[in-house]
Design a protein around this ligand. Structure first.
Ligand code: LLP
Length: 422
């Protein structure tokens, strides 16, 4: 079964479809490279989170860094989600999508005073604070506005999420969060500051996590603190367990969101914390398998040791393979009869690191359209303009109809802000 199924299906005629639409047709209509997402696949990924949390005090804050297109934000906001943001830019996007402040948590290890001011003005529900200096700065900014900033401390629980080192965030050596053994003192400091109101605790231990155990370990570490802080007279209202649930790119077998949540709730209940509000910040698991990147084959270049299939998407469009050696499935949008050849699927950017997939068996000809699967998360969101390449367009399929939700960037836009020497 393809990652992305049941929305992504190859029909009897060998045509790859998303929500019943032939992907090659979409590439012809909207151009290539092109990101295409299924709104229904996003909602279906959200459903097990909502089902498992129904009847509990909770808020799901979609981590918009995974895919911050305004139409995607609207999709989750209309479905009842809040947002996890990490920059002033994401705050403005959230505003543009009409997401109210009380549904937003603000994470990030290096918030600037200007970002804090903007978020305070917008009335975000919680600042997830990562250091003592950040507490002091935030308090001062809040006092200057005559407000109190709601804060949670991001605690680094020092658990190994068992994922790629670049996307593991809950280990002692990571830059993130307040060390577990320093958190109690940090909370006391926070509670003493005039501009802060301590409301919760949070953690985020990594991304593309495929096991439940690290979540339970992290939750236990947080609950130890919650209990110690209650003794200190600092009650915490919510517990935010972060994001990080993995998806299937190849043969991974991550737990379903409802299975994960059932175990988290069981642990909360067992330790007498069932009444506390649970926050979650999923990103990848809500959008990753809801999207594909379409790219057209430009040149086939068989060689003595390797065969190269050169496509019109590159590391600037999708950096995950180059950056993390991530494996993402690649499928021809229209199957061809005949034998497959082994290709390295690469982009036109001037670096050997510019590859999308290595040693893939594909039957392709120039002009064919390929789909890179599981590209809904950290695809377009990490795209750049390297080699002065305009970023791709984005299409969201809504109710079976393709909607252009981001125009293709024009080259002239890329240097419009630059100035020639006098
Ligand atoms: N909350 C916080 C504070 C985070 O730092 C992240 C992701 C999330 C939530 C969402 O995590 P998710 O559910 O998406 O795993 N670019 C990398 C992934 C980086 C994740 C960074 N933090 C990739 O393409 O694999």
């Amino acid at each position: 079964m393809l990652p992305g199924a049941p929305h992504l299906v190859r029909n009897g005629a060998g045509t790859l479809t998303l929500d019943g639409l032939a992907l090659a047709d979409l590439a012809r209509e909207f151009g290539s490279p092109l990101y295409v997402y299924s709104q229904q696949a996003m909602l279906d990924a959200l459903a097990p989170y909502q089902r498992a949390l129904a009847g509990r005090r909770h808020q799901i804050c979609y981590a918009m860094k995974a895919n911050s297109n305004l139409a995607v934000l609207q999709t989750f906001a209309r479905a009842g989600c809040g947002l996890d943001i990490v920059s002033g830019g994401e705050l403005l996007r959230a505003q543009a999508a009409g997401v109210p402040g009380e549904h937003i948590v603000f994470s990030g290890v290096g918030k600037t005073p200007a970002e804090m001011r903007a978020a305070l003005q917008y009335g975000v529900r919680c600042f997830n604070v990562e250091s003592l200096p950040e507490l002091d700065t935030l308090s001062a900014e809040a006092v200057a506005q005559g407000r109190r900033a709601p804060v949670s401390l991001r605690v680094n629980p020092d658990v190994d999420a068992g994922t790629h080192p670049y996307i593991s965030t809950g280990l002692r050596d990571n830059k993130f969060g307040v060390p577990h053994d320093a958190a109690r003192a940090a909370y006391r400091h926070a509670a003493s500051l005039p501009g802060l109101e301590v409301v919760g605790i949070d953690c985020h231990i990594g991304s593309q996590i495929t096991q439940i155990a690290p979540y339970l370990d992290a939750l236990d570490r947080l609950l130890d603190l919650v209990e110690a802080l209650a003794d200190d007279g600092i009650p915490l209202h919510h517990i935010d367990v972060g994001g990080g649930l993995g998806i299937r790119y190849a043969d991974e077998d991550p737990p379903a969101a409802d299975a994960l949540i059932a175990q988290l709730l069981q642990r909360l209940d067992a330790r007498g914390h069932g009444q506390r509000e649970l926050l979650m910040e999923p990103g990848r698991s809500l959008v990753g398998n809801a999207g594909v990147l379409l790219t057209q084959v430009q040149v086939l270049k068989p060689g003595p040791s390797k065969n190269f299939c050169i496509v019109d998407a590159a590391m600037n469009d999708l950096v995950r393979p180059a950056m993390y050696e991530a494996w993402m499935a690649i499928e021809a949008c229209q199957a061809r009869p005949g034998p497959a050849t082994t290709w390295d699927v690469v982009g036109p950017v001037c670096e050997s690191g510019d590859w999308i997939g290595r040693e893939r068996a594909l039957a392709v000809q120039p002009g064919d359209v390929l789909a890179v699967l599981s590209a809904g998360a950290y695809g377009m969101a990490m795209a750049s303009n390297y080699n002065t390449r305009p970023r791709a367009a984005e299409v969201l399929i809504v109710g079976g109809q393709p909607q252009l939700v981001r125009e293709r960037e024009q080259v002239a836009q890329l240097f419009a802000g630059e100035r020639l020497l006098a």
